[in-house]
Design a binder for this molecule. Sequence first.
Ligand code: IVH
Length: 674
Amino acid sequence: MNEADAANRLMRLAKAIARHNRLYHDQDAPAISDADYDALVRENAALEADFPHLVRANSPSRGVGATPSSSLAKVPHARPMLSLENAFAPEEVAEFVARVRRFLSLAPDADVALTAEPKIDGLSCSLRFVQGELVFAATRGDGQIGEDVTANVRTIPDIPQSLAGAPAVLEVRGEVYMAKVDFAALNERQLVCGGKIFANPRNAAAGSLRQKDPGVTAARPLRFLAHGWGEVSEPVADTQSQAMARLAALGFPVSALLIRVGTLDDALAHYAAIEHARADLPFDIDGVVYKVDRLDWQDRLGQVARAPRWGLAHKFPAERAETTLEAIDIQVGRTGKLTPVGRLIPVGVGGVIVANVTLHNRDEIVRLGLRIGDRVRIQRAGDVIPQVVENLTRDDLRAPYAFPDHCPECGSEAVGEEGEVDVRCTGGLICPAQRIERLKHFVSRGAMDIDGLGEKSIVEFAGYGWLDSPADIFRLKKHRDELVGREGWQAKSVDNLLAAIDARIGFDPARFLFGLGIRHVGAVTAKDLMRAFGTIEALQAAAIGDDAQAELSAVEGVGPVVAEALTDFFHEPHNRDALADLLGLARPAAFVSTARTTEWTGKTIVFTGTLERMSRDEAKAQAERLGARTAGSVSAKTDLVVAGPGAGSKLKKAAELGVHVIDEAAWEAIVAAS
Ligand code: IVH
């Protein structure tokens, strides 16, 4: 690689790593696997070793530039700020509309009007107006808790400070962004004054908004486009399109490209029109957002995990290029997954030099017939890690690539589970790759968030033989005196670390559960599980019980895959031992629910038979919103059965057990009254 390429690549890496740091640490929303993240860090370190004079002031290896301002005050959102599910193909948009119809029990050809508007590449912001006055502004953060940027937002000319004729409480949500020309001019000014150079308008907008000093924000040309709302004291309108018109009338900029479409074809036509206009738009966009127009339907549709069922982001297609696959490296992830990474002759794709691609798994290599030396077509979509879409050298002349059957880190056997595409190291906690990753994950921000226990210390303590499993973290105090005086450790820093660890005794059980690194159990699922079960012990009891699949799958947001991962985890005696050890030391608190409390909170409801006015999913979501749990089968623990026509054995069982049974209309009345 020549010097110019290296400099370019280092700039891109700094940008990518900073972004992933932010996604992971500030927003709890990592976009890539830990292994892929590590690959970026390693590539950065290797390039810096080859070109020491190119080490950037904001190099990720110097640990700066990752978080512009984590010192902004954290504030909870009155209503969570959601993200959107992504789609790339028109068929996925069609499926979205079909899903909406199914959920609402509409006819398969029923009209579902949508709004369609550009997806702005900025950062979302919530603006709270009380009695028409702007009182508060916050970034999205992790969706539940954002950062207070009130003073900064007051400097943005697009944003009105007071409104006439607005509801008493109105939270307007939208995108803070920087126009392309303003971004270029800002970077030129930064170059002259030796300031930070931003990688793209989105970073510049984020860096400018998330400032401690509003004076800095005021000097940056930020803009705003409204795309929705949060808490409101009275309904804004009957439809999304009317609501957006109302926001515009109140003085908020709303996209001129927002339209209401009556059919899927019209939605796709508008997508094509926006894509056509993309290059000429004054700001960056990365797709089109569709939203169900009727707000009563939006309410019924509700949300799954972090995204509403009524919205979809239709992203623009990825950019592609051709190059040669030079090597295949195998990385071992936190959960033991062996991920093949393709090393490429670096090639430019849409302005970024790509040197690595994820090859996903063994099957993907087989599917593409990949061997080292093959010519490949790669693509990158937005910030997603680049991938191979086509092998241009498919032939039978050379032997296929042999996927390793042993872990490259610890030499344990690597196996593909029945029906699974992934090959995993069976070394569990003895595998160094997994041990460190497991510990890192356990202490990470989204999990136990132990201040001062970073990767470096984990590696150091593991090296002394003090850290094998997460429970050992709570035993580190035994080594206090030994640690004091070692390089980099004074009594004060050791005591601070031990205090940070002790502060996590009795911590949030959802974050504890997430920290265990159980496959498929992310932060949101962990919360759902703790909301349903209250304690890790109760979850364990359910997961090893006879009815485990049914009981776990009854939790909103938990499907059969998560249920299986949980039963797998809790059935493994080794895991139960390690967990019991850890629970004994860390003693997580009982879960404090943020769901609404109603007379149904904590009750178990079973839906059976055909529901005629709503789908089963909608009924379950309604129950969840009342704080209730839903189950798939009737037992002595069932508090209520909602039965439609055709309910059979469950109705009989309910009668036997004396469980109260109601029909769909009575259920609707409960929902309406609660
Ligand atoms: S709707 C629950 N509309 O995209 C609804 N979002 O990928 C979520 N975004 O967090 C917001 N343009 O920051 C919506 N026209 C638009 C948008 C938009 C950009 C961002 C927003 C959101 C993210 C989701």
